[in-house]
Design a protein around this ligand. Structure first.
Ligand code: SF4
Length: 67
């Protein structure tokens, strides 16, 4: 079964970092955007709460990305 976040196609984090080579970042995408933690994504929580997307540099964990 393939899981995919329902916001993936319009998620600015995914758009910017979806092809990253950074391992930590790749790991988050695997766990959240295409994995079992997608319902815990802080970006998603933010989007639904505020009706707008957070900064593209906010990771699914809620932390600012630092590459
Ligand atoms: S970062 Fe969050 S909102 Fe964006 S695609 Fe991944 S799981 Fe969905």
């Amino acid at each position: 079964m393939s899981l995919e976040c329902e916001l993936l196609e319009r998620c600015s984090f995914f758009k910017k970092y979806g092809d990253t080579k950074d391992l930590a970042c790749k790991g988050f995408i695997k766990q959240y955007c295409r994995g079992e933690k997608m319902s815990q994504c802080k970006r998603k929580e933010y989007s639904y709460k505020h009706g707008q997307s957070p900064s593209e540099d906010m990771m699914p964990t809620g932390h600012e990305i630092s590459l």
